[in-house]
Design a binder for this molecule. Structure first.
Ligand SMILES: Cc1ncc(COP(=O)(O)O)c(C=O)c1O
Length: 408
C-alpha cells in the first residue's frame, strides 16, 4: 500500500534521509509569514511551478492533504469576495470522494462515515454523482453515455443551485479511499466543459495521483483534463516528512492581493507550512522522480500490473477488478451476477486483508469490501508478479473460509 498511498520511493531511500539531515543542520526551522521565506521553500515553489500541469503563479504550502484542500476552499471564497461576487461560494464534490478530514475537507469527502456524528458536511458543500460505472450506470448504459449523464446531472445541479452561487468543483482523477474508482471514458472532458460554461473553478486533488501514480506526473493529464489548480501531498516528499501544496493561478493571486490590501493582511497559513526540512526532502524527491523517470517507469510497468489485477476478476470473490497506472482495487461481492455485496458484519474484506498478511502482503480494506493495492512506484516487474501471486493465494484462502458460510 506504499504506506497510505504515499511512499512512492519505498522505505530505504538514503538520498531523502540525507536531504533531511543536511537541511536540519543548516536551518531546521523558518516560517513563511509576514513576507518571510527560505531557500528550500522558494526553490520548491519554483520547481512545482515548472512541472505543474496548470498555469501557476504562486504555490501555497501546508502540511497535509486535508489542509491543502481546506486551503483550496478558503482561497476560492477569498477570491470571490475580492472579485465582488460574494454569493458564488458553493463547492461541488462527489459522492465517494475522499479529500481529507479537517472541517472543510471532510465536508468535501463524500463518504457517510466521515460526516456522521461530526455534524458535517458544512453548509454550501454539494455532492454530485459518483463516476463508478460498475455500481451506478443504468442497465445497458455505455461508459460514454454514463459520462454524459453525469455531466448533464452536474449541469442540472449547478442550474438548480444557481450558477452565481457555485464557486468550484473538486475531484480526484482516480478516486482513492472511496474505492479506487476510475471514471468512465470521456468523463473529465465532459465535466470540465460544464465547469467552464458556468465559470466554476476546477480543482484536481492530486494527493494520491500526483507524481507518477497513473503513469504521468499528474493524474489530470492521464485523465485528459486541465483544472485551474491542483492539491498535492503524500508523494511530494515520498511521505518521508509531511508537506502539501496548492497551486495558485495568476488571476486568483491578483484577487488575493487586492483583498489583502483592503484588509491589511493575508491571514491564512500554519506554523509548519513549507517547513524547510520538508521542502528540502521534496526537492530531492522531485529530483529523483525526474532523474529516474519515475512516471514513465510507472507507465511502463502499468500494463503488467493491470493485467495481473484484471486476471483476478475471474476469482469467485471478485465482482470487479479496476485500476489505472500502478493503483488497483478489487470489489468483493457475494454474488457476481447481481453484484450483491457481502453483509459488512461478515467481515469478508478484513478476512482477505488478514489472509494477505499471512502471505506477507499488505493491502488495505475499504468499506464496501474493496481491497486497494498501491505499491511504491519503484516496484520491479518481478515484485509485481510476486504481489499478485500472494494476493491470489490470499483470495483463495479467504474463499475457503467464506464458502461454508455462503452455502449455509
Ligand atoms: C485524494 C486525497 N486527498 C486528501 C487526502 C488527505 O490527506 P491527509 O491525510 O494528508 O490530510 C487524502 C488522504 O488519503 C487523499 O487520498
Amino acid at each position: 500500500m506504499a504506506g497510505l498511498w504515499c511512499t512512492a520511493l519505498g522505505y530505504g531511500n538514503e538520498e531523502l534521509v540525507e536531504a533531511a539531515a543536511a537541511q536540519m543542520r543548516k536551518l531546521p526551522f523558518s516560517h513563511l509569514f509576514t513576507g518571510k521565506s527560505h531557500d528550500p521553500a522558494i526553490e520548491l515553489a519554483e520547481r512545482l511551478k515548472e512541472i505543474a500541469p496548470v498555469p501557476t503563479s504562486k504555490v501555497f504550502f501546508c502540511s497535509s492533504g486535508s489542509e491543502a484542500n481546506d486551503t483550496q476552499v478558503k482561497l476560492v471564497w477569498y477570491m470571490n469576495n475580492a472579485l465582488g461576487r460574494p454569493k458564488k461560494k458553493k463547492i461541488i464534490s462527489r459522492i465517494k470522494a475522499y479529500h481529507g478530514v479537517t472541517v472543510a475537507a471532510a465536508s468535501l469527502t463524500g463518504l457517510p462515515n466521515n460526516h456522521r456524528d461530526f455534524d458535517l458536511p458544512i453548509a454550501g458543500i454539494l455532492h454530485a454523482g459518483c463516476p463508478h460505472h460498475y455500481r451506478f450506470a443504468q442497465d445497458g448504459e455505455s461508459e460514454a453515455e454514463f459520462a454524459r449523464r453525469l455531466a448533464t446531472e452536474l449541469e442540472a445541479l449547478i442550474q438548480r443551485e444557481g450558477p452565481d452561487t457555485v464557486a468550484a468543483f473538486i475531484a480526484e482523477p482516480v478516486m482513492g479511499a472511496g474505492g479506487v474508482i476510475v471514471p468512465p471514458q470521456g468523463y473529465f472532458p465532459e465535466v470540465t466543459a460544464v465547469c467552464r460554461k458556468y465559470d466554476v473553478y476546477m480543482i484536481s486533488d492530486e494527493v494520491i495521483c500526483g507524481f507518477g501514480r497513473l503513469g504521468t506526473m499528474f493524474g489530470c493529464s492521464a485523465l485528459g483534463f486541465a483544472p485551474d489548480s491542483i492539491s498535492v501531498a503524500k508523494a511530494l516528499t515520498s511521505a518521508y516528512v509531511p508537506l502539501s501544496a496548492v497551486t495558485v493561478p495568476e488571476p486568483m493571486y491578483q484577487a488575493q492581493l487586492d483583498e489583502s490590501r483592503k484588509i491589511g493582511v493575508f491571514a491564512h497559513g500554519t506554523t509548519y507550512a513549507g517547513h524547510p526540512v520538508a521542502a528540502a526532502v521534496a526537492l530531492k524527491a522531485l529530483e529523483i522522480y525526474a532523474r529516474e523517470r519515475i512516471a514513465e517507469q510507472a507507465a511502463r510497468k502499468a500494463p503488467q500490473f493491470q493485467a495481473r489485477l484484471a486476471a483476478l476478476a475471474a476469482h469467485p470473490l471478485v465482482g470487479e477488478a479496476r485500476g489505472f497506472g500502478l493503483v488497483g482495487g478489487l470489489e468483493l461481492v457475494a454474488d457476481k451476477r447481481s453484484k450483491r455485496s457481502f453483509d459488512a458484519k461478515a467481515g469478508v474484506g478484513p478476512r482477505v486483508v488478514r489472509c494477505a498478511e499471512e502471505e506477507g502482503l499488505i493491502v488495505r480494506f475499504i468499506a464496501g469490501d474493496i481491497l486497494s493495492i498501491c505499491p511504491p512506484l519503484i516496484i520491479t516487474p518481478a515484485e509485481i508478479d510476486e504481489l499478485f501471486d500472494r494476493l491470489g493465494r490470499a483470495l483463495d484462502r479467504a474463499w475457503d473460509w467464506v464458502r461454508p458460510e455462503r452455502l449455509a
